[in-house]
Design a binder for this molecule. Structure first.
Ligand SMILES: NC(=O)c1ccc[n+]([C@@H]2O[C@H](COP(=O)([O-])OP(=O)(O)OC[C@H]3O[C@@H](n4cnc5c(N)ncnc54)[C@H](O)[C@@H]3O)[C@@H](O)[C@H]2O)c1
Ligand SMILES: O=C(O)C[C@H](O)C(=O)O
Ligand SMILES: [Mg+2]
Length: 646
């Protein structure tokens, strides 16, 4: 599916113009002099893309290695109070932590108690950031064991406030910043990243952070938060992730005038300059880490970059494609529950941006797979932007990505407001991807309930206060009949409907966090040379099938969030199968593996923070026994006091 070629039948190929600038020899006085070279030029073809992968590329290691922090010294995770004494001695941290080797449960109890002492969400966010820095394995043990409670603190909604206040609350380096001023030298700057084996990066330029607008480099919270979920939900090792924020200027004048703002004061660079910068960036990233998966996030206009790079690099755009897939998963289930055939659905989308168009296109694909023609499927969609219903004869120049959905059947009439559009369409599906909190008013919700037995209502804008309506309003104004999913989490609620039945209602969280971890891991493990449309679709379809009987019984549209790690394995497998079907996988030996063997193979490669100390113990044990020097003085076990044997 070509995002920039919205007019049917046209295929616009963008010329790849890349003019690397020579790095001044004095740019950095570092011993790594990998400035942009000829070999880092934008790769031009599939065979070039294949050539990026060394033929002997190793499978990712299953064993644990001591975690290295950003200055390439042993990180504070090596001071884990769960480490038994002989590990502390091996790591030379013996004596530097209190003597007792603690169980995970004890550690977690302390962390949760400390977290409870923090009174505001941002204080909790900062506490967790510091914990991740101080003891990465403990942080992930805590997060994976308390996903429901902690995800909102490290991701949406709290990450939204963290981004708005990033330059005020900044405490420590946690990712990489690349500036327009660094152009020509991006490879040299990237060489500063201390981790040698990066497998995935999440990149933003901060220009559309959630529904909060242009936040410039303050958007760094997003790549950090997303990559934390890659680790927590799909087990990509923390040190294999690179949060990356581009300082390409900001259109946010308030930020530029804020003395604490940590980015450049320039206005946003032009689209042409951005393209030049991105060309160099993509080449530099893949030059250093040939197998890297590149995820674009929260760019204001992400369509040109996706179109330009999708066939050249292993990359995807989470807001267009990840969101499309996750909502596809929820819609497949909602359509089934609503009981209407696809062809009888009419979907109104408030918001015709990256997410709106990305979601609509995935559902078109679903309707087509259910037997409709492309024109019939497309005809079910009514997109609304700031100027009203997107029509072909509206009189303004439509952005390329909207043209595909422009209505031609409006008989010259233009519908300017959401209310006018929904009265005209009487939709069965109402989607919100507009950044306009509360715009699905009680009146609109009641109309949806009048027109439909089971209205599908997905207010998907983030964070919570940008949601087009909250769960309570949707339930109460539809008499509990809506099929609901929101981008940010809402609590479940008890409600008595008009027939006097009281029950608990559970909101769905239609957030791309259900799919991007699996898309990323599937691409890494299959060593995909590209991320294809089938891989994206497969992630959403897999998600729709991942519910248990009990979850279906509870009326859920998405699996319970506490099962997300388990669900990510299935999503990963389906993404890998789609990569195999499309023959973009390089780990071809996996093609003949059975599904259950492949699941086990995936699982064995997932980072599990609970087994890190045990894995380290095994590694040190093997090392010492192979040296024949496993002396009693080096023995020890958890919950022993360590100090007795030196
Ligand atoms: N739930 C998820 O997983 C998920 C994923 C991606 C994006 N989102 C959310 O979706 C929202 C939109 O993201 P995007 O990337 O599409 O942004 P975008 O800027 O590309 O698109 C926003 C769209 O909303 C429209 N809009 C804005 N104000 C409007 C108004 N007053 N009336 C009518 N339309 C209006 C714009 O015209 C545009 O079409 C954000 O809040 C984002 O957080 C959610
Ligand atoms: O970041 C999220 O929570 C989802 C999505 O990518 C967004 O931009 O809102
Ligand atoms: Mg996003």
């Amino acid at each position: 599916m070509s995002w920039m070629c919205a007019r049917k039948g046209t295929t616009r190929r963008l010329a790849c113009v890349h003019k690397p600038r020579a790095a001044p020899s004095s740019f950095f006085s570092l011993d790594h002099s990998s400035s942009v070279s000829n070999s880092s030029k934008l790769l031009r073809s599939q065979s070039d893309t294949m050539a990026r992968f060394p033929s002997q590329q190793q499978s990712r290691p299953v064993h644990a290695t001591p975690f290295m922090n950003h200055s390439n010294t042993p990180s504070d995770a090596n001071y884990d109070t769960a480490n038994p004494s002989y590990i502390r001695k091996y790591l030379r941290t013996y004596g530097l932590t209190p003597p007792r080797a603690e169980s995970y449960e004890t550690q977690k109890a302390r962390c949760l108690a400390q977290l409870g002492l923090k009174s505001t969400p941002i204080d909790k966010f900062l506490y967790l950031s510091t914990l991740r820095k101080n003891n990465v394995h403990l942080f992930y043990r805590l997060v994976t064991d308390h996903l429901r409670e902690l995800t909102p603190l490290i991701y949406t909604p709290v990450v939204g406030e963290a981004c708005q206040r990033w330059s005020e609350i900044y405490q420590q380096p946690e990712g990489m910043y690349l500036s327009w001023e660094d152009r020509g030298n991006l490879a040299a700057v990237i060489a500063n990243w201390p981790q040698p084996n990066v497998e995935i990066t999440c990149i933003t330029d901060g220009s559309r952070i959630l529904g909060l607008g242009d936040l410039g480099i303050n958007g760094m919270g997003i790549p950090i938060g997303k990559l934390a979920l890659y680790t927590a939900c799909a087990g990509i090792r923390p040190e294999a992730t690179l949060p990356l924020t581009l300082d390409l200027g900001t259109g946010n004048k308030t930020l530029r005038e804020d003395p604490l703002y940590m980015g450049s004061r320039r206005g946003k660079i032009s689209p042409e300059e951005e393209r030049e910068f991105m060309d160099e960036l993509m080449a530099a990233l893949t030059e250093r880490w040939p197998g890297i998966v590149i995820q674009f996030e929260d760019f204001k206009n992400p369509f040109p970059a996706l179109e330009r790079y999708r066939d050249l690099y292993t990359c995807f755009n989470d807001d267009i494609q990840g969101t499309g897939a996750v909502i596809l998963g929820g819609v497949i289930n909602a359509v089934k529950r609503a009981g209407l055939p696809c062809k009888e659905h009419r979907a109104v989308f408030l918001g015709a941006g990256s997410a709106g168009v990305g979601v609509a296109k995935q559902i078109v694909e679903f309707f087509m797979r259910e037997g409709m023609t492309e024109d019939e499927a497309r005809g079910c969609f009514y997109l609304v932007d700031t100027k009203g219903l997107v029509t072909a004869d509206r009189g303004d120049k439509l952005a390329d990505h909207k043209v595909y959905f422009a209505r031609q059947d409006n008989n010259g009439e233009q519908y300017k407001t959401l209310e006018e559009v929904i009265d005209h369409v009487k939709p069965t599906i109402l989607m919100g991807l507009s950044t306009l909190g509360g715009v699905f008013t009680p009146e609109i919700l009641r109309k949806m309930a009048d027109w439909n037995t089971a209205p599908i209502i997905f207010p998907l804008s983030n964070p919570s206060h940008k949601s087009e309506c909250d769960f309570e309003s949707a339930v109460t104004n539809t008499d509990g009949r809506c099929l609901f999913a929101s981008g940010s989490p809402f609590p479940s609620m008890s409600f008595t409907n008009s027939t006097g039945e009281t029950r608990t209602y559970y909101p769905g969280q239609g957030n791309n966090m259900y799919v991007f971890p699996g898309i990323g891991l599937g691409s890494i493990l299959s060593k995909a040379v590209r991320v294809t449309d089938n891989m994206i679709y497969a992630s959403g379809a897999a998600l729709s099938q991942a519910l248990t009987a009990e979850e279906i019984e509870r009326g859920l549209l998405y699996p319970d969030i506490t099962r997300i790690r388990e669900v990510s394995i299935v999503v990963t497998r389906k993404v890998m199968r789609a990569a195999q079907d499309d023959k973009v996988d390089r780990e071809t030996a996996l093609r003949t593996m059975s599904d259950s063997d492949l699941d086990n193979w995936i699982k064995a490669r997932m980072y599990d923070p609970h087994t890190e100390v045990r894995a380290l113990e095994r590694e040190v044990g093997h090392l010492l026994s192979s040296l024949g020097s496993l002396s009693p003085a080096l023995n020890g076990s958890s919950e022993d006091l360590n100090g007795s044997k030196l």
